[in-house]
Design a protein around this ligand. Structure first.
Ligand code: SAH
Ligand code: SF4
Length: 439
């Protein structure tokens, strides 16, 4: 958190966890005072065990065992940890916990998409979406409760940022999905409609959790798991919660942790230029950039962060992104807004920009998902098709994402708001406050 706290945030509220007495940085807060081990690196667990009275050698061994039980076996009860001495199990349970975000509401779409409204231990709601497909299952994970940025087409942008999620709350989403899918060793698989029988759809929307064309896709994992891919595309801007997202994804990628390949993880940013190189170096996952416009005036309006980090700067940062190559292309997300950013000239300008910066890129065309009171409409299907053709004809892949989970409002930001039943006037007021803060 310390580094993030120093970052200037163009919003009304900085995405910084307000320090509370007794709150250890990066540790998920709990009302019962026990320390939640989820999201903590092994070394930190060992340190906590030492502080609790174990000698260094024992602490290291126990930390390794705990890590295995937590991430390989999905165990949440110390009593089930059979290779830990019996008297030590209650000793651990009085001091530590293996938490999960609380499920407030779970919805299941007719197309197999699942959406959860989750709650942190200190009472903040956020969302997670799972999209099963013919060849993969993608989990759309949140990084913050709300968002400080105020992209005009995004529902999350109308919410106030409450706080950054902790590494435990971020990894916890993946673990919760594994719980729900019955994907821990020995657990019976629930929900027969989640898997390969789920409605096959070649394309899904970025905003609701997207499958991306990574190189090793095309099959579910050899161990038959359904959750194969992760996209950091839920609520929040992951690069404004850099350390926590990094620490969470390290556990997700750790062979002794959740063991998912970095090629199957995509981080989406609205363009926090100063953090992009670090994201490449310290996390190394696939990068998606929410470009959405090719001209300053339009991008300034729909992605206000553009006033701080402009298109050229952003594309230069993309060109320098460590690990980007033709085999691992950068995805440009482009939401199709009727009459705003969807002309033939926009499509040609998009091609020109990608070529000018020699970017190994693909474009995801996302039909705008409307929400009550949204100031835009989605472009017509013909317009989107034409836009896609122009980009394709220039040799750049530009698939159109088909919305998923429409019947459960699977676009991020919608379930939470539905639950809160915020009035339109309240939403307007929040949007105005943020706009004013952006200057
Ligand atoms: N904050 C990050 C990641 C979360 S948003 C970012 O902005 O990239 C994930 C993606 O969903 C972004 O590309 C965002 O622009 C898009 N999105 C948000 N609201 C949308 C809507 N109503 N319709 C279509 N796409 C939307
Ligand atoms: Fe925040 Fe991303 Fe929504 Fe913009 S699109 S308001 S950065 S969540």
């Amino acid at each position: 958190m310390a580094d993030t706290a120093l970052m200037p945030i163009p919003g009304q509220v900085d995405p910084v966890t307000v320090p509370r007495p007794g709150l250890v940085d990066g540790v998920t807060p709990r009302a019962d005072g026990r320390i939640d081990l989820v999201g903590l690196p092994r070394a930190k667990i060992a340190e906590l065990l030492t502080e609790a009275g174990l000698d260094a050698k024992a602490a290291k061994l126990r930390a390794k065992q705990l890590f295995h039980w937590i991430y390989h076996r999905g165990v949440i009860d110390f009593a089930a940890m059979t290779d830990i001495a019996k008297p030590m199990r209650p000793w651990l349970a009085t001091r530590f916990a293996i938490g999960r975000p609380e499920i407030v509401e779970a919805q299941h779409s007719s197309d197999g998409t699942r959406k959860w409204l989750l709650r942190t231990a200190d009472g903040h709601d956020f969302e997670m979406v799972f999209i099963p497909d013919a060849d993969r299952g993608t989990l759309c994970v949140s990084s913050q409760v709300g968002c400080t940025l105020n992209c005009r087409f995004c529902h999350t942008g109308t919410m106030r940022l409450v706080r950054n999620l902790t590494p435990g709350e971020i990894v916890g989403q993946v673990m919760l999905a594994r719980d729900a899918l019955g994907e821990w060793p020995g657990s019976p698989r629930e929900g027969g409609d989640l898997g390969r029988s789920g409605a096959p759809s070649p394309e899904v929307p970025a905003f609701a959790g997207t499958h991306y064309d990574d190189e090793d896709s095309g099959h579910y994992t050899a161990d038959g798991r359904l959750l194969t891919n992760i996209v950091m595309m839920g609520m929040g801007e992951p690069l404004y919660n850099f350390e926590h997202v990094r620490d969470a994804l390290k556990i997700v990628m750790d062979g002794d942790g959740l063991g998912l390949s970095r090629r199957r993880i995509t981080l989406s940013t609205s363009g926090v230029v100063p953090m992009m190189a670090r994201a490449g170096e310290e996390i190394g996952v696939n990068l998606a950039v929410s470009l959405h416009a090719t001209h300053k005036a339009v991008r300034d309006e729909i992605v206000p962060l553009n006033r701080k980090y402009g298109i050229e700067e952003l594309l230069e940062a993309c060109a320098a992104y460590p690990g980007a190559s033709n085999a691992r292309r950068i995805t440009f997300e482009y939401v199709m807004l009727d009459g705003v950013n969807d002309s033939d000239a926009d499509a040609r300008e998009l091609v020109r920009l990608i070529k000018r910066y020699k970017l190994p890129a693909k474009v995801n065309l996302i039909p705008f998902n409307p929400w009550p009171g949204a100031p835009y409409e989605c472009s017509s299907p013909e317009r989107i098709r034409r836009f896609s053709e122009i980009v394709f004809e220039a040799g750049i892949s530009a698939p159109i994402r088909t919305p998923r989970g429409r019947d459960i409002d699977a676009a991020c930001g919608q379930l939470k708001t539905a639950a809160e039943k915020k009035s339109r006037a309240e939403l307007d007021r929040l949007a105005e406050e943020k706009q004013a803060a952006l200057g």
